[in-house]
Design a protein around this ligand. Sequence first.
Ligand code: B12
Length: 145
Amino acid sequence: MEQKTLVLGVIGADVHAVGNRILAYAFSQAGFKVVNIGVLSTQEEFIQAAVETGAAAILVSSLYGHGEIDCCGLRKKCGEAGIGDILLYVGGNLVVGKQDFSSVEKDFIEMGYDRVYPPGTMPERPIEDLRKDLGLIGNGAELCT
Ligand code: B12
């Protein structure tokens, strides 16, 4: 099966590196090609990496509480770069403090993200979602020999 490329990074002035490294490892182990642009990444760097590698998805982390500011406008910029339909996931500690996640999720969906993950999400969940969203499972074909 074709190996899908994921662009992974931590957006803005955020230096939280541990989750990023864990996600990169977990996605690689799950069979994805991971382009990890690491911490302190701008929206433009995510997009440039996705365009250059023909990525199937961009996965954005934001841990330090400024996610709403840093993540806003990424979908529009993807459109301007010709990758408007790319899958966009976001997760981490997206807002300051403990806020009702359903309202955080709604805000990020309105910003154009396809999936939004609460604090402390384990890698298994986005891996399963990626397989569904990228059509890698779900029609039973993988079970037939
Ligand atoms: C270590 C740490 C630091 C270290 C980071 C060192 C480094 N280079 O990594 C240092 C000391 C530098 C630091 C600094 C700061 N930190 Co800090 N830090 C932490 C701490 C204790 C642990 C983070 C960590 O490594 N977690 C372990 C990893 C494995 O978990 P994770 O990052 O959450 O990632 C997992 C999931 O969230 C998920 N995930 C993450 N991203 C994504 C994306 C997608 C798409 C998906 C699906 C899943 C996903 O997958 C990962 C694996 O399961 C947390 C508190 C905590 N217990 O989480 C605070 C914390 C993140 N920090 C916080 C803050 C406020 C700061 C500072 C602003 C403090 C300050 N005033 O200076 C600065 C910001 C610096 C900056 N510019 O980024 C807050 C954020 C609060 C918020 N968002 O409301 C936290 C939550 C502490 C707290 N309770 O207040 N920090």
